[in-house]
Design a binder for this molecule. Structure first.
Ligand SMILES: Cc1ncc(C[n+]2csc(CCOP(=O)(O)OP(=O)(O)O)c2C)c(N)n1
Ligand code: SF4
Length: 246
């Protein structure tokens, strides 16, 4: 019988995500990577508002539940006063790229030396599936019942591409949680992002395409297929800014 992987010690108790949600996989991966790099205690999370906030009840780490969208501002302060601590902003796309776009962009612009993980499920999950800045063209949400009209609301935002093409970040990538191969790749991206911070190289960000079966009105299996077929062609996976491994 296959031996089950050890649960990282910082995972305290189960978190209350819906069945098939991507947050749980992402958080487990981040916890595993922190443990691999020796950060089981000297880490602090700036947690967003949204389903991302459920992380707060599940990890045995220092953390602050930030005002909506402001995790990058809070993490800027954390990192400046505690440069030896691993500082992580953990947010949804609505929190990081819509409500908190100014704070997220300004921290990235200044090349603040913390790490941002954004769970992109193309809508506001916790509050009933409203449109966010990453909602796909034509996607039906509770605030775009006829489908997103990009002529009126703008194009879905590709934040990592903007960071990598115009700014001075240390590491930028986008991964997903849809199958074991992609999860393994994502784990490499998360390790790189955390190492960029560990070695004081600058700002690092990994966006994670993740399913929200509840608000997409899909089964968990169909939600994974939706990411493969519809989201990845618009939100390509990979590393947009690489670093030299130390
Ligand atoms: C200032 C403020 N505005 C609005 C809300 C309501 N609100 C709570 S969670 C949320 C959406 C979060 O969506 P996202 O960041 O995409 O995360 P997800 O739930 O999808 O993981 C909103 C709008 C709030 N709590 N505070
Ligand atoms: S509403 Fe969506 S993002 Fe929130 S826990 Fe459920 S599946 Fe996950």
């Amino acid at each position: 019988m296959a031996k089950s992987a050890k649960v990282p010690t910082i995972i305290d108790k189960p978190m209350g995500f819906c069945p098939g949600c991507g947050h749980g996989i992402a958080i487990r991966l981040i916890a595993e990577c922190l443990e691999t790099l020796g950060y089981d205690s000297n880490v602090i999370f700036g947690i967003g508002v949204g389903c991302s906030s459920l992380l707060g009840g599940g990890l045995q780490t220092d953390r602050l539940h930030c005002p909506h969208g402001r995790a990058s501002a809070v993490c800027t302060a954390f990192k400046r006063v505690m440069p030896e601590t691993m500082v992580i902003a953990y947010q949804g796309d609505g929190d990081a790229y819509s409500i908190g776009l100014s704070q997220t962009t300004n921290a990235m612009y200044r090349n603040e030396k913390f790490t941002l993980f954004v769970i992109n499920n193309t809508l506001y999950g916790m509050t009933g599936g409203q449109m966010s800045s990453t909602t796909m063209p034509g996607q039906k949400t509770s605030t775009s019942p006829l489908g997103r009209d990009c002529g009126a609301t703008g194009l879905p935002m590709r934040f990592p591409e903007m960071v990598a093409s115009q700014f001075n970040a240390a590491y930028v990538a986008r991964g997903t949680v849809i199958n074991p191969a992609h999860i393994n790749k994502l784990k490499g991206y998360i390790i790189n992002a955390l190492e960029a911070q560990k070695y004081n190289e600058g700002y690092s960000i990994v966006e994670i395409l993740a399913p929200c079966p509840t608000n997409w009105g899909m089964t968990p299996v169909n939600a994974m297929a939706h990411i493969q077929e519809t989201l990845i062609p618009y939100y390509p996976l990979g590393e947009f800014k690489t670093r030299e491994k130390k």
